[in-house]
Design a protein around this ligand. Structure first.
Ligand SMILES: *Cc1c(COP(=O)(O)O)cnc(C)c1O
Length: 419
């Protein structure tokens, strides 16, 4: 008998992701298809990555074209695709809402990376280099998520994630989320930067209060600290602005990005004001692959498409529709978040003893991809290209799962059983 994908997976891959329940083989727009031909609606986008949907024809063509033109030469040489990506990112980061364009004054500088954790790691190194020895400290928030490398793990405000890997790099302090007084209390002379998400994604889809971000910006100005905003999950339109910090009308010193930038091609980036960026000189940081032509050509096409379609407006409009649909179904007690990055708090009566993760499993079996972001809340991050009909269909699947406690999948079913 031939081994199943699950058996082969378990035999050869490390167990840090558990055993994934489904093998996906193909996608198109909002749709995904598994190895048995079952169709799913993707309301998760590979963790807020494929914001333009799967197999976008223009992104696919741009990648194919670049693959047969030039794949890699290293950062010892200029390659064309990254120039336009950097120019567009700088412009979008400096574009305020409405009329107050260009709030950051002069242009900033971009450093390419390959992932979100790498982008944050680079931002942390940049802050240390900028301040010099003695001001290496960073304050971040409890329940934050900044990545899995040693320094970004240390920045991540979830102490239980630190424990197995002690000793982790020192210099990181954490303060309660949305609590300006707590941030101020965490400050010490050696603190040179504050690192925050504009909306905590992994931590449960918790948006920052506008007053909190504005207060932190003020603190940073008063004490000469850098404000680093982690836009890895929130950036590039998903929250209804190009970047999450723009909801609060503030301007960070450093911004990190990754997930949505390549629509699935691994790429990350750090933006910093020209002043701060100047701290990195030749040899201070680097990466063999970062910004390489294939990833950058993908990101270039992604940004062109997102600007043409006005992705933030799509996220606002579809997000508003989705919120109304969700609030109307029994079993949903509240909906939080921004744009198309939503947390759906489930009623204990609808959970009937299940965790949100188990409800997500039942949704998967019924043809809807979502995830459990806390024990009682689902995270929804559908593509910004989603249609109103698909929103209705997806919410209908969730409503069915919540109405039927028996749809509870105990985890023994290895692949989506719906037809
Ligand atoms: C996903 C995420 C990261 C880590 O990105 P990777 O590409 O997985 O390394 C960092 N910060 C935030 C806010 C994220 O959501």
């Amino acid at each position: 008998m031939t081994a199943t994908p699950t058996e082969r997976w378990s035999d050869v891959l490390m167990g840090n992701y558990g055993v994934p329940p489904v093998t996906f083989v193909r996608g198109s727009g909002t749709e995904l298809f598994d190895d048995a031909g079952n169709r799913y609606l993707d309301f998760l986008c590979g963790l807020a990555v494929t914001g333009l949907g799967h197999a976008h024809p223009r992104v696919a063509a741009a990648l194919a074209d670049q693959a047969s033109t030039l794949l890699h030469v290293s950062n010892l040489f200029i390659t064309e695709p990254q120039l336009e990506v950097a120019e567009r990112l700088d412009r979008l980061i400096r574009s305020g809402t409405g009329s107050e364009a260009n709030p950051a004054g002069g242009s900033g500088r971009i450093l390419f990376q390959n992932s979100g954790a790498e982008a944050n790691e680079a931002a942390l190194k940049l802050a240390r280099k900028f301040h010099g020895r003695g001001r290496h400290g960073v304050v971040a928030a409890f329940r934050s998520f900044h990545g899995r490398t040693m320094a970004t793990l240390a920045a991540t405000g979830q102490p239980e994630k630190h424990e197995p890997f002690q000793p982790i790099p020192e210099g990181f302090r954490h303060a309660a989320w949305n609590d300006l007084a707590a941030v101020e209390a965490a400050l010490a002379p050696e603190v040179g930067a504050i690192l925050l998400e504009p909306l905590q994604g992994e931590g449960g889809v918790n948006p920052a209060d506008t007053a909190f971000l504005q207060g932190v910006r003020r603190l940073c100005d008063e004490r000469g600290m850098l404000l680093i905003i982690d836009e890895v999950q929130t950036g590039l339109g998903r929250t209804g602005e190009w970047f999450g910090f723009q909801h609060a009308g503030i301007v960070p010193d450093v911004v990190t990005m990754a997930k949505g930038l390549g629509n699935g091609v691994p790429i990350g980036a750090v933006w910093a004001t020209a002043d701060v960026a100047a701290a990195f000189g030749p040899g201070d940081h680097g990466s063999t692959f970062a910004g390489q032509p294939l990833a950058a050509a993908g990101a270039r096409e992604v940004l062109r498409i997102m600007e043409e379609m006005d992705a933030p407006r799509k996220a606002r409009e579809r997000g508003a529709e989705l919120t109304v649909l969700l609030e109307a179904i029994p079993g949903v007690s509240s909906v939080r978040g921004l744009g198309l990055l939503l947390g759906v708090e489930l009623d204990p009566a609808a959970l009937v003893g299940r965790t949100a993760g188990e409800v997500a499993r039942a949704c998967l079996a019924a043809g809807l991809v979502v995830n459990g972001v806390t024990p009682t809340a689902l995270r929804l991050a559908p593509p910004m290209t989603i249609s109103s009909d698909e929103l209705v269909e997806g919410v209908g699947i969730l409503a069915g799962v919540l109405a039927d406690g028996s749809a509870f999948d105990d985890g023994t079913t290895e692949s989506g059983g719906h037809s």
